[in-house]
Design a protein around this ligand. Structure first.
Ligand SMILES: *Cc1c(COP(=O)(O)O)cnc(C)c1O
Length: 237
């Protein structure tokens, strides 16, 4: 696809997604700007990622650290952009990943939390993180079990990280009823943890292309949207 056409299509897709997210917020009795859209650029190359930023998206999500650091090195943005790490992270990738100064949504163990805190402290950074929760206790999924989170919040690393809230996934192919239940449980868990720990935990990262309206209704403050941003641009067979 020629460059100009790609840019136009991406801009249209971005506008449409923004409008749907705003509508979902308003339909749930929430402010239009209460939900941030993380544009998940993991499907596309650096050039298309840059075009997405030009279309207006300033929050980029990647699920593989290598792609985040490659794009960080390769691209220069004319507007400030924030990276979001949304996939499982290994400890040996953390030091390099922090060069992108990401928010990390996918903290799924105390070991990785400790590693992030250590590298961040060494680099003089404070990294905003979310604790990924496996709300349905599904063995095939990553994330903390709900009942383990109180202890995690009670023994946070002394420096280097700031826990901003929870991240959850309903999972591909989940019915919208099941997704809604899942997201409601995540919000209730956040509310309980916030009470018991005395920490605000304001952010709820939940909802993807197929289920973001349900997530917004349940209180999501960040939705991670990939496929529908790239409709008409990449082969999604
Ligand atoms: C890929 C991915 C998304 C985006 O999913 P879409 O269905 O393409 O919108 C969101 N969250 C995570 C963790 C992902 O890996």
């Amino acid at each position: 696809m020629i460059e100009q056409k790609m840019q136009q299509r991406l801009s249209e897709n971005w506008q449409a997604v923004q409008q749907k997210v705003h509508e979902a917020a308003i339909n749930s009795g929430r402010a239009e700007d209460s939900v941030q859209i993380i544009g998940v650029s993991k499907y596309v190359d650096a050039e298309t990622t840059l075009a997405l930023v030009k279309a207006g998206c300033r929050q980029l999500g990647e699920s593989r650290p290598q792609l985040m650091w490659q794009k960080t090195e390769e691209l220069t943005f004319d507007q400030p952009v924030t990276w979001h790490m949304i996939g499982h992270l290994q400890r040996n990738k953390v030091r390099r990943l922090l060069r992108s100064k990401p928010m990390i949504h996918s903290v799924d163990s105390q070991r990785i939390l400790a590693a992030i805190a250590e590298h961040a402290s060494n680099q003089g950074l404070i990294v905003d993180v979310l604790l990924e929760v496996n709300v349905s206790a599904d063995e095939a999924k990553t994330g903390f079990l709900p009942e383990s989170l109180e202890a995690v919040l009670d023994s946070l690393p002394a420096a280097g990280v700031r826990v901003k809230g929870l991240m959850a996934m309903a999972g591909w192919g989940t019915s919208s009823d099941a997704a809604r239940t899942h997201f409601d449980k995540t919000r209730e868990l956040r509310d309980r943890l916030s009470q018991s720990s005395g920490q605000a935990l304001p952010e709820l990262s939940m909802g993807m292309s197929g289920d973001f309206p349900e997530a917004i209704r349940a209180g999501a403050t960040m939705v991670r949207i990939g496929s529908i941003l790239f409709e008409g641009l990449i082969d999604q067979g």
